[in-house]
Design a protein around this ligand. Structure first.
Ligand SMILES: *Cc1c(COP(=O)(O)O)cnc(C)c1O
Length: 450
């Protein structure tokens, strides 16, 4: 598959080159030239496959001839060695025999090694990058700004990979305690993954990474690559789980409309969902949940898009005032606002509403939601209030609640058990470099460690 710049469709690259280059030479975002469409006969066949096999079949269409079909099967089996469950709030599986009338499901995308949905994209991208670099003696430096989960997933996916160094920039005091512990304890002392605590906000981190990419000397000297969702290698794999899970949900409840709710920040997850729908996934509508950082929800209700500085909230991974992937969504729908609002519906919620919701769901069902998932579930509830006929509702569970134990334990007055990988990270000693939010500080550090 070829990709083109969203700013100039004449600027093209094959998948592998688009992934390694991160941005198009004109600064634009890479977009696939065409999105494959699967007819019902094919989707029936693919829905019966395992998730990894279905992902590999989709990936054949989005990659290039440096990846054979069997390379992709091996890559996806290795990357996706964990469950992708859909459950009711009382814990039943998505199965009409067990739960004939159930409508309200959570798609738990947090059973990978770093317990957030970012693993799906990071593990595919990490393996694809190493396959591309393969026998070459190339070296690359990955810079990644994180509001908490991306850094962990990328660090984990690239840990100990030859020829690659990873620098994770996170806002000092702006990620949860568990996330910070996870980010700063990866690998051994001389590990290829380094955590940098930036004295500033997530926007400052993202700005620093952009400034580094905008500096031709740094880009060339270190062969810089982005692992943020500006990289098309992050976005494409996020379509795979929408495609596969929607086939499972439709097979279980064939006569009902199917709606997903996505707690959103940079809109990479939503972009993956929209690509899946274009591929023929039987999804009727997307609901978007925002926290107080809601330029996209405002756009949906007013048609006016106004990015703005971010404000800190309880759902810190969504504290984004200028969503990276907004231009991709415009491009998928040829800037047609009417079409975008026929597919997307959104609502935003305060921290107070989110806390109340986490408490109510826990009291009523026993289910513990992370603050991001709670925003998505709230948005789904609001959407459902105006709809009388039954429909299948799938809220995308983006992170395990234990990643946000500091806030969730305060809200629920109960202990959240730590899954094993987190419990292990909690015991390790932090290794972290603290610096100011300036390009000079960053290039000094790169000069020493890249
Ligand atoms: C990254 C993240 C989000 C937001 O996803 P986007 O693709 O940036 O919209 C939501 N929840 C959690 C837990 C995240 O880590």
């Amino acid at each position: 598959m070829n990709y083109h710049s969203n700013r100039d469709s004449e600027i093209k690259a094959a998948f592998g080159d688009a992934l390694l280059a991160s941005l198009a030479p004109d600064g634009g975002l890479w977009m696939p030239d065409e999105i494959p469409h699967f007819n019902p006969k094919n989707t029936a066949r693919m829905g019966a496959m395992s998730f990894a096999e279905c992902a590999a079949e989709l990936a054949v269409h989005f990659t290039d001839d440096r990846f054979s079909a069997s390379d992709l099967v091996a890559l996806c089996r290795d990357a996706y060695n964990f469950d992708v469950p859909m459950v009711t709030l009382s814990g039943e599986a998505l199965d009409p025999a067990l739960a004939p009338d159930a409508e309200d499901f959570v798609l738990e995308l947090f059973h990978g090694p770093t317990l957030a949905f970012k693993d799906f994209a990071a593990r595919f991208m990490g393996r694809a990058a190493s396959h591309l670099m393969g026998a070459t003696k190339q070296k690359r430096t990955i810079l990644v700004a994180t509001s908490g989960d991306t850094g962990g997933a990328i660090g984990d996916a690239f840990l100990d990979q030859k020829g690659i160094k990873v620098f994770i920039l996170f806002p000092k005091g702006g990620v949860s305690k568990v996330q910070e512990q996870q980010l700063t304890t990866m690998g051994r002392a001389n590990s290829n993954v380094k955590a940098i605590s930036v004295d500033g906000t997530f926007d400052d981190c993202q700005q620093l990474v952009k400034a580094a990419f905008g500096n031709p000397d740094l880009t060339k000297q270190y062969n810089l690559m982005s692992a943020n969702s500006i990289n098309v290698g992050r976005v494409i794999p996020q379509s795979f789980y929408y495609f596969w899970t929607s086939l499972q949900a439709k097979a279980a409840y064939p006569n009902r409309p199917l709606v997903y709710s996505i707690p959103s920040g940079n809109l990479g997850n939503l972009t993956g969902g929209l690509i899946a729908k274009k591929m023929g996934a039987p999804i009727d509508r997307f609901v978007i949940g925002n926290n107080a950082n809601d330029p996209f929800v405002d756009y949906l209700s007013t048609s006016v898009y106004e990015p703005r500085p971010s404000v800190p909230t309880l759902s810190n991974a969504m504290d984004i005032g200028r969503p990276n992937n907004f231009p991709r969504i415009l491009s998928l729908y040829n800037d047609d606002y009417t079409e975008i609002v026929s597919v997307c519906w959104g609502a935003s919620f305060s921290d107070e509403e989110t806390e109340r919701h986490i408490r109510r769901i826990h009291t009523e069902t026993g289910y513990v939601m992370c603050p991001h998932t709670a925003v998505g579930h709230l948005a789904m509830e609001k959407f459902a209030a105006d709809i009388s006929e039954p429909f299948t509702r799938i809220t995308v569970g983006t992170a395990h609640p234990a990643k946000f134990a500091d806030s969730v334990e305060r809200i629920l007055h109960t202990d959240i058990p730590m899954p094993a990988p987190l419990a292990k990270a909690m015991k390790k000693k932090q290794r972290v470099h603290v610096m100011g939010p300036t390009l000079a500080d960053l290039s000094d550090y790169l000069a020493m460690h890249a």
